[in-house]
Design a protein around this ligand. Sequence first.
Ligand code: NAP
Ligand code: COA
Length: 277
Amino acid sequence: MSDPLDFTDRHVFVAGGTSGINLGIAEGFARRGARLAVLSRSQDKVDAAVAKLVDLGAEAAGFAADVRDADAVASALQAAADRFGPIDVLVSGAAGNFPAPATGMSANGFKSVVDIDLLGSFHVLRAAHPLLARPGGCAINISAPQAFMPMALQAHVCAAKAGVDMLTRVLAMEWGPEGLRVNSIVPGPIDGTEGMARLAPGASARKMVERTVPMGRMGTVEDVANCALLLASPLAGYISGQVLAVDGGWSLSGASQAMGAMAMAFAGKAKGAEKAS
Ligand code: NAP
Ligand code: COA
């Protein structure tokens, strides 16, 4: 059997693939022989990402575009397909975030994040559909724990990423008959990323996050890239419509912390009852 993680000459397109987790995913595929196309707003970031991917030995192309601009996204995807052929793996991970209470967020602030994360994902997936290789093509949305764990100061991201995961499920149903698979990856807290710099800046916030991860550490971009490789490979050939957390068990901790607090409260009551009797 040939190596299922060999992506030689496969076309992988990563929207938002010029930094952090998404660039890590692009690098993971580049190391395994794929041809990479990456897209984001900043031409400088696009150029730097392409240079990194070329350094890894990949053929790479970059496109400066905003995922909120459906026409620009469609042009970039078409140009990538003209160069590298049908898209074997589409990764949609462009996102924006800032911490703010709902009352401290203008309608435009809320809309900006929803437009990038959710509408942007729709633009990417919708325009990629005719260009995806089939059967065997796959799409991976990069979601977030906020999609299913409500977090204060994250109304915009919670709403947007919940929508992204529902898009994953609906498109898996609509595109499954064509031989396409669609899944979401939910990274946990990933070390050294812009997302963590915004949500948990500083050493004490970092320690607090680490304490809440059952595995006791933050994730790495490689942890997430490995999951993308697996999901894109034939090893995952019957996995579609799933939302897969790569988080060391972190998404379990919301419930387990609440249960822990309840257990402590019960223990306190039991003590009180002993004293009273
Ligand atoms: P990041 O480095 O800021 O990555 C975001 C990427 O999206 C960049 O390449 C950025 O490049 C691009 N982008 C942003 N707005 C865009 C737009 N309107 N149009 C096109 N591209 C746009 O952040 P990250 O922390 O690695 O996060 C990457 C993904 O993982 C996101 O989907 C995020 O929600 C998810 N995630 C992250 C964490 C974490 O721990 N960091 C945890 C859970 C989920 P430009 O600035 O050039 O546009
Ligand atoms: N608190 C409250 N509102 C904020 C804010 C904050 N910290 N940061 C931005 N906003 C508001 C702005 O005030 C503006 O609303 P307004 O027009 O009513 O004043 C709205 O959000 C859009 O801001 P703008 O800077 O014009 O948007 P943009 O499209 O240039 O950038 C962001 C989008 C705001 C999401 C920006 O943070 C970004 O580009 N992020 C990408 C990188 C990132 O977030 N990475 C982590 C991914 S997890």
